[in-house]
Design a protein around this ligand. Structure first.
Ligand SMILES: NC(=O)c1ccc[n+]([C@@H]2O[C@H](COP(=O)([O-])OP(=O)(O)OC[C@H]3O[C@@H](n4cnc5c(N)ncnc54)[C@H](O)[C@@H]3O)[C@@H](O)[C@H]2O)c1
Length: 332
């Protein structure tokens, strides 16, 4: 048996891959087209122990089929996707093709070749602008951009596939705002155009950007700026290992992954300024379309059903690890 990771050279996939390599003895196959992923992460992780890496696109079904058969893949962790909301508004077809159509092709292959368990990277973007917080898994699904819709469509495909083929089970993990990097500094988020606030704040602290823009200061929140649930990527990675175990004895299901409390943009900026010691420039900008005021996960379900317990729920730690990684990138 083996586990197939798609998008394993990317930010979240590489952190999950790291934990799988360190904590399990499973055979692992990674596919990634390196469009936003990083060969250096793959090289760093090969130092832990061996795994098979294929630089292919998800649309290479022939090669995927060959890998699933050759390695007798039983489990799939599907991270590969396009993830920039603003880009999805300008180029929606890219998102429906890369996220929904290619995921459908992969799911079909998994069903046809007897894959047992499939863990899907979904997102809080499927909730759109929820009326109440914290958001639990029963809240109305109303994405407000093509990225969120492309993910929700993939969720639907997955649910229908499992309903029709009960031997093919899935867990959908809806991530909130993922941040931070591995504590040992070996891997991190390498794509320079990433839009995540904590990464951008770290880049600004290091002078790679002139200023940090705050989009909207008149939201009905504690200080007028948006509040988000920032989850450390190592806690998120652990949720994937738990999901694989969970699926061995439980039916398909969907879980939010977040800490259940939020920080405002201003609080994040202050924390990054404190840990970096740099009072970097901050510019106020108008609201962006489609940014809900508050987006915080209810994580009760994943905690009670899977026994998931966060270990890194500390904004300062998240900012420190993100900054250390950005420094490493900066120096290279
Ligand atoms: N980063 C977040 O805050 C966040 C939040 C919610 C959900 N997610 C989801 O998590 C998953 C991983 O996101 P990430 O932040 O690691 O992004 P990322 O861009 O760092 O990783 C995506 C990886 O997939 C690869 N890839 C993309 N399209 C591919 C294709 N067609 N064929 C092969 N490889 C392909 C990229 O090269 C990259 O290595 C995505 O599915 C995303 O929707 C991320």
């Amino acid at each position: 048996m083996a586990i197939l990771l798609t998008g394993g050279a990317g930010y979240i996939g590489s952190h999950v891959l790291k934990q799988l390599l360190e904590k399990t003895e499973e055979n692992i196959v990674v596919v990634d087209n390196l469009s936003t992923g990083n060969q250096a992460c793959i090289d760093a992780l090969l130092e832990i122990r061996d795994f098979h890496f294929a630089k292919i696109d998800l649309d290479n079904l022939e090669m995927l089929e060959m890998l699933i058969e050759r390695f007798e893949v039983t489990d799939v962790l599907h991270f590969a996707a396009s993830i920039v909301v603003s880009e999805s508004m300008q180029n929606p077809l890219k998102y429906y093709k890369n996220n929904t159509a290619k995921t459908t092709g992969l799911i079909e292959l998994c069903v046809n070749f007897g894959v047992k368990r499939f863990v899907f990277s979904s997102t809080a973007a499927v909730y759109g602008e929820p009326a109440t917080n914290p958001v639990d898994e029963t809240v109305l699904l109303a994405p407000i951009n093509p990225y969120g819709r492309s993910k929700l469509m993939s969720e639907t495909v997955l649910r229908d596939a499992s309903n029709a083929h009960p031997a093919f089970k899935h867990v959908i993990l809806r991530y909130f705002n993922v941040a931070g990097v591995a504590g040992d500094g070996s891997i991190g988020q390498s794509f320079p155009d990433a839009t995540h606030l904590i990464k951008v704040a770290a880049q600004t602290a290091l002078g790679a950007r002139d200023a940090l823009a705050v989009f909207g200061t008149d939201y009905p929140t504690k200080d007028g700026t948006c509040e988000r649930d920032y989850i450390h990527v190592e806690d998120l990675a652990d949720a994937h290992l738990k999901a694989l175990e969970y699926l061995k004895t439980h039916p398909s299901d969907t879980f939010n992954v977040g800490y259940g409390h939020g920080f405002s943009v201003r609080e994040v900026i202050k924390t990054m300024q404190r840990v970096s010691g740099v009072d970097f420039k901050v510019e106020m900008a108008p609201r962006r379309e489609g940014d809900p005021a508050i987006l915080v996960a209810s994580s009760t379900k994943i905690k009670t059903r899977m026994g998931w317990e966060p270990q890194c729920d500390d904004l300062e730690h998240i900012c420190k690890t993100a900054l250390a990684w950005e420094k490493k990138l900066h120096e290279n």
